[in-house]
Design a binder for this molecule. Sequence first.
Ligand code: FE
Ligand code: CA
Length: 539
Amino acid sequence: MTISRRNLLRGGSTLVALTTLGCETSSPLDAGLEDTSTPPRDTPAPEPDVREQPDAGPPLTGPFQHGVASGDPFPDSVVLWTRISEASAAVSVDYEVAEDPAFASIVATGSVSTDASRDYTVKVIAEGLASATSYYYRFVAAGETSTIGRTRTAPEGDVSRLRFAVASCSSLAHGYFHGYRRIAERADLDAVIHLGDYIYEYGTGQYGRIRSYQPDHEIRSLEDYRIRYAQYRGDADLREAHRQHPFITTWDDHESADNAWRDGANEHTDEKDGPWAPRLAAASQAYREWMPFREGEGGRLQRALVYGNLIELIVLDTRIWGRDLQASGSGDPTLLDEDRQLLGADQEAFLLGRLEGSTARWKLVCQQVMMATLPAFLNTDQWDGYPAQRRRVLSAIEDGGISDVVILTGDIHSSWAAEIAADPSTYVPATGAGAVAVELVAPGITSPGFSEGLAALYTDIVNDEAPHFRFFELVHRGYVILDVDADRCQSTWMHLDDVTDFRAGVETEAQTLDCTSGTPRWNPGEMAAARSDAPTLAP
Ligand code: FE
Ligand code: CA
């Protein structure tokens, strides 16, 4: 079928397709555009693909089948995580942290207990560590020792260079986690920033059909969410990324349900799914149990991580904490309400307070949904659907003279670099004048972007109508390498050849852009070489 740009802009089902991209609802990219990734919901599931990854190793046995992980580095401490598999009673777990992978020089030890009330997960903060230092850690339980993890504390004071991977959107049903494996292999990362859609809640065959899910139905209960996290941590590639690097995570919708907001979700109905509050509580509890982050009061995710005078990471929850129901469209009378909330008033105050008070050169705002305006349609799930709050945040940046703000975004399964003005009418595409911040959007690890047909059409529209996007690519999966020094923040979009084939996984540098300190503009750059002094990967 051919579809004209005029038809695209006039609406109909293709416009619906666009508005639901990144929202992953039932049949988003249909309209005859030959997207084969998303079968209609509630059709019989295909035969699961039973191929095994060749590098997965033998089936894991013993108490540590879900690996080890670490997260939220401070200069003197880091969260360590593991889980005791197949336990049926309370277990005592010891941990050791060493300067070397042979554990000749142990610097911290401790013992904690876990039980069924927290799904036998272990989360402990290892303290008394030195800043800007890589450590190796392991757990001991029931006479057995875990694999060795590797982590790294944050630096203090003067910092010359930092390097992160930025990831989002790993729909297990859409393929293999080659992106996590490539991230695991990079010895020179300070941390992995994960912007959400770490798990997906669907049942087998509902969204993607390369791999089948455990449990095989859409997840709703605490037990369901726990089983899904356990399946994800059974994936060798994801487990290896956690083993080699600390993660800094926030969640998006699919850690609970598609296009969630504070009091509900797009496809959640009380009739089908039961009440929302206990479902969200179950999703939140499983996330807190399984993810290595420092929990705020009530389990809240907003927090800041300071990497000396170079970077402050401001981590937000735009998904649940304060989010109002998405507007129904451009004609929704509530769309322009001054008090329409994506963040919640308290989280907006937190964000602006951190931005205004930060002593770091670069302020990296780690959050979920795209802040830059997309042309031709209104995606009400993004900041476009919460314009008053976006204008307040950007105006505060402008009025406060706050420089070097970089928005980090996931959610939409495609690669973008944007320059963002508080008042779009002041933006000058030829020079970037008027912009107050830049944004980078990481593609999905596996979750599908635009179909080829839709991508071709929409590429023309963006090129014609949205010059604030300095780079975009709508199809490939991958992740971003963020390399930062005092002079520039560099973003490199790494793309993967094929996530549907476990034998694939070749990555290529798709684009490198530099933002020079003091000028919120993306310019072509040359990808910085890996650091030669990176500590050895965990054996
Ligand atoms: Fe996603
Ligand atoms: Ca999402």
